[in-house]
Design a protein around this ligand. Sequence first.
Ligand SMILES: O=C(O)CCC(=O)C(=O)O
Length: 294
Amino acid sequence: MSTDIAPAALDLGLKARQLIGEGYCVLEGMLDAGTLRHTREVAMTAVRGLSEEQLEATRSPGTLINSNDHPGLAECVGNPKALAALEAMGFGGSRFWKAVIISKPGPSPRLYWHQDCMWWDDPRAYSDYSPMIFLMYYLDDTSRENGCLRLLPGSHRRWHELHEMGTAHTRDINRMEDEHDPRFADYPGEVDVPVRAGDLVVGDARTFHATHANTTGEYRTVITIWFHPLFEDLQEATQSWIHDAFHHQHAGWPAEALDKIGPLIPDYRGSVEPPDFNRQPDRARLEQASAELA
Ligand SMILES: O=C(O)CCC(=O)C(=O)O
């Protein structure tokens, strides 16, 4: 075996294989102490501004606060250490859509199973390189007790019964109107992903994921960041939508914050109008693509 490959590079190669094969990987210790402290402050200030009514509307996921009015998240979004790791893993050239502050109050119930891919009309959705990935930076240590992430490895490339149970983030499921909805159940093959504060879970947006309930008395907070790797390889309609949505949502960010995410800002110059997005895979196409997997 060759000895001239740095262990870090080897490790990132394995992480890339896990992301492609299983739909997620964990990059440990990606936020330095200063950024972690600052991001926590930004997140918890935003969380404290919510009303009881707003918290009730998202009882299952926890807070869903978009980055629009929170330029203080720029440091975390543009974290150069994570960008370098993604580049080394073959998931470079990313553009950013938005980040979401997700804080599960303690106590609060489970998050339902869902997948977040909005680009099932893009040919990339049926390939190894998802049109959309999430970067989940956990700001607290997580465990089964405080609502750690759960995942169904491999579900990004295969049809699953959950694909027929409705799309993510609708009003009823966010409020948890029906506790017996099968999206709150356990499924064979699911894994827990407990992490330490400052770790980063990189996930394929097509992968089904959920969380345990937070049974503690403390908030459990994650910053979910939506990236579109190899952006210029996406179909133009997808690029156009992402460009439009990013600029619309972050129009109020000051130059100082935009500088921190410079390379991630979408810059689509073509003439294709932003399309409607599609959160639902084409079953026949997905089954055909998975039959072709080794
Ligand atoms: O709260 C979590 O740990 C997961 C958040 C999540 O599922 C999402 O951002 O789509």
